[in-house]
Design a protein. Structure first.
Ligand code: IMP
Ligand code: MG
Length: 181
């Protein structure tokens, strides 16, 4: 595992994003929708960095994919998504990778008639984008490496790490016990 982004850098970037959002949404009440589970750490830090009246809602998205990469069907559970009609909504996720997850979630929330809808992510793997949208706000652009920590997992582990680290191909193989091909 190789450390990529230190806790202090994350804290500064999240606080900067919080100030930017507070300024952009000044005078309005924001509904921040976190995507479970990866966004929970960012969500907790970001809402505390925003000097704004706001509401918090959650949505769950699980993609049927291997532990690591290929996008597949996306299952969306919006039971925890409160009323968004007529509200200013900001969708928050851990990472914009291929972009399919955010693209689908934004499309779904848009059908519920928010008065505005934007997205914010901690990490953006710009080179992997497979959709026509980009995140409206991001903290860091990263290269095409698999990362864990600060909410991001590998097989549901490592989300609690206070830093972002990249996992090498060999780490992934030894963790799954599979032989490389
Ligand atoms: P997308 O639909 O390809 O943009 O992928 C978004 C989801 O894939 C994220 O919410 C993560 O759960 C997962 N993901 C993509 N890249 C990584 C990574 O490097 N580490 C951990 N999870 C990732
Ligand atoms: Mg996720």
């Amino acid at each position: 595992m190789k450390p990529l982004i230190q806790p202090e850098e994350i804290r500064e970037a999240v606080e900067r994003l919080g100030r930017q959002l507070a300024s952009d949404y000044s005078g309005r009440t924001l509904t921040v929708v976190g995507v479970l589970t990866g966004s929970v750490i960012l969500l907790a830090d970001l809402v505390r960095a925003m000097d704004l009246p706001l509401r918090i809602a959650l949505i769950r998205a699980s993609s049927y994919r291997g532990a690591v990469t290929r996008p597949g069907e996306l299952a969306v559970d919006d039971d925890l998504l409160s009323e968004v009609a007529g509200r200013d909504v900001l969708l928050v996720d851990d990472i914009f990778d291929t972009g399919h997850t955010l693209d689908r979630l934004l499309e779904m929330i848009r059908t519920k008639s928010p008065s505005s809808l934007k997205s914010a992510v901690l990490l953006w793997k710009q080179d992997r984008c497979e959709v026509s949208i980009a995140p409206d706000y991001h903290c860091f652009k990263i290269p095409d490496v698999f990362v864990v920590g600060y909410g991001l997992d590998y097989n549901d582990e490592y989300r609690h790490l206070p830093y972002i680290a990249s996992l090498e191909e060999s780490d992934l193989e030894s963790l799954t016990g599979e032989a490389g091909s």
